[in-house]
Every structure is written in structure tokens, then in C-alpha cells.
Design a protein. Structure first.
Length: 315
């Protein structure tokens, strides 16, 4: 296992370099002169344009700028926000726990709803329970999370007045209020993911339960719960683990709309504001952090593969 993890880590080095270069090259996608565009377009004052050009180091060759930016990024320096004049990494570090708590809560909802539903449907294919879960999961996947979030606000915050509609309370200040303010966004983000997980687990379980070793275990008189829990689930979890890993990465990097609806000061809201103001250092820093998150979570999923299926280590 150690050698497998070491090989995977070595393989990440060129990938991370490629990702960092693509992130820094975002400046080339801005039409015209990036400094003029970021400073306000054709109506920008020359002094403001020069200030932005200096902040972006446009007086240097592109590869030299990339090398300097990469060296600073490795040390944790992602530059300064042009409009807020604050360190990008400091802002991301302050907002990351907020988005992380939102993503982790949604992941818990995903597992609590998706795993039992997938097991119930996969162990009873063709039954009424299977058909009900299949139809329900299809409907849940089709519902946009932002629409579900607004419906939850109307029902539970406006009509019933059982939960707050907007805001965020840090966990250290009051854990109860922290969870109370996140129940609605957790469910809004977790429902569709739970439906996708249930469908993946259902299909994988149906395939595994038809294998010869499952029939042998059944013929030996093992309890059904032991067969499913000890033998079937471990071998059926490859595809669901992939889904969970990708879902968690998307949750960390894709909560922009939900954070706007519920006024949660996370990374999604920070990224949205940077897009509106064309704050390029913030955009580059956010894209780099999200890309690194995807890469590291893919590594974690690969390690889980190797644990669940030892043949992967030899591939």
C-alpha cells in the first residue's frame, strides 16, 4: 500500500504543474489588455490601469511571471486582492471552514439518505420498494438544488418559521445555532447527491449479489445481513466511492448559488464577488484551490480503491 501511495503522489507532480499553469494562464482569456479590463475598461484612468498592471506584473515576460507566481503560491502567497487589498490566501483560509462545514453536512445527508435507499433497492430489485426509490431518486436528481433551497426557505423559514432563512453562526460561538442555520442548505445540497449515490449503489449491489461467491455464502447458511454487510457492500462500493469523492469535491467548489441564497460567507460567495469585480488574483487563487481539492480527493479515492480492491495496487 505504501508503494502504491508513493507512486500516486509522484504522478501528481506533473499534473499539479499543468493545473497551476492553466490557472495562471486565465489572464490570457481576458479580451484585450487584462489590466485595462480589470481597471474598468475604456473609461479607466491611466493611473488605475498602471496600478493594476503593476499588481499583475505585466511588465515581465509571461513565463517569468508564471515562475514568480508559482514560487509564491508554493509558499502560500496567492497575491493581493485588487479591490479589497487583502491577501487572497488569508481570505480563503478564513472562508474555507465555512464552506467545509457546508460540504461535510451535505455529505452526511447524502450518506444517511443514499446508502439505506441504495441497499433497500439493490437487495430487492423489481419490488415496490425498488420502483419507489428509483422514481424518487430520478425526481430528486432532476430538482435543481437552488430551487429546492428557495422552496425550503419558503416552507420552513417563512411559513412554519421553524428554521432561519439566512445567515451563518460560527461553530465555536454556538454549535446549536451553527447547525440550525445550516440544516436547510445541507438538505438542499444533499438530496440530489443522495439520489445519485442510491442509484449507483443499487446497480452495484444487484451485480454483486449475482456473483458465485454470494450464492456460496448463502448456501452455507450465513445470515442475509452478514452476506450484504461483510461481503457484498465492500465489493459494491467502488462506484459509490467514486461518486462520493466527486460529489464532495463539487460541494467544496460549487456552493456558489446556495451560499448566495442563504447568505453564507463561504468560498462560493467570495468567488462570486471576485467574478463580478473581475478580481483576477482572487479568481486565480480560488480556481487553484478548487483544482487542488479535486486532485487531492481523487488521490484519496484511489487509495480507497486500493484498500477495497487489492488488485488495484498491482495495476
Amino acid at each position: 500500500m505504501t508503494s502504491y501511495v508513493a507512486r500516486r503522489l509522484l504522478a501528481l507532480v506533473p499534473l499539479l504543474l499543468l493545473v497551476s499553469f492553466a490557472v495562471f494562464a486565465l489572464v490570457l482569456l481576458i479580451p484585450g489588455d487584462p489590466a485595462t479590463t480589470i481597471a474598468g475598461g475604456t473609461k479607466a484612468q491611466p493611473a488605475q490601469v498602471e496600478r493594476v498592471r503593476h499588481l499583475l506584473h505585466e511588465d515581465q515576460p509571461f513565463l517569468q511571471r508564471y515562475g514568480s507566481w508559482l514560487g509564491r503560491a508554493v509558499r502560500g502567497d496567492l497575491g493581493q486582492s485588487i479591490y479589497k487589498n487583502r491577501a487572497v490566501w488569508a481570505d480563503i483560509r478564513a472562508r474555507f471552514p465555512v464552506t467545509l462545514s457546508l460540504a461535510l453536512g451535505a455529505l452526511v445527508v447524502t450518506v444517511l439518505l443514499g446508502v439505506p435507499a441504495g441497499i433497500a433497492a439493490g437487495t430487492r430489485p423489481g419490488s415496490l420498494i425498488d420502483r419507489t426509490i428509483t422514481v424518487g431518486s430520478s425526481a430528486a436528481i432532476a430538482i435543481p438544488d437552488f430551487w429546492l433551497g428557495m422552496v425550503l426557505v419558503v416552507v420552513f423559514a417563512v411559513n412554519i418559521k421553524a428554521l432561519p432563512a439566512i445567515g451563518y453562526v460560527p461553530f465555536a460561538r454556538n454549535p446549536v445555532d451553527w447547525a440550525t442555520h445550516l440544516y436547510l442548505p445541507w438538505f438542499a445540497l444533499g438530496l440530489a447527491n443522495a439520489a445519485a449515490l442510491a442509484r449507483q449503489l443499487r446497480g452495484a449491489l444487484i451485480d454483486v449479489l449475482e456473483q458465485d461467491y454470494i450464492r456460496t455464502a448463502d448456501a452455507k447458511g450465513l445470515r442475509r445481513s452478514v452476506i450484504i454487510g461483510k461481503h457484498a457492500l465492500k465489493n459494491a462500493s467502488i462506484a459509490p466511492v467514486t461518486v462520493l469523492g466527486l460529489q464532495f469535491a463539487y460541494l467544496l467548489g460549487g456552493t456558489v448559488i446556495i451560499e448566495q441564497i442563504f447568505s453564507i460567507p463561504g468560498m462560493g460567495q467570495y468567488f462570486y464577488q471576485a467574478l463580478l469585480t473581475k478580481d483576477l488574483p482572487v479568481i486565480q487563487g480560488m480556481v487553484l484551490v478548487v483544482a487542488l481539492t479535486f486532485v487531492l480527493l481523487n488521490l484519496f479515492v484511489d487509495v480507497l480503491y486500493a484498500y477495497l480492491n487489492p488488485k488495484v495496487r498491482l495495476a
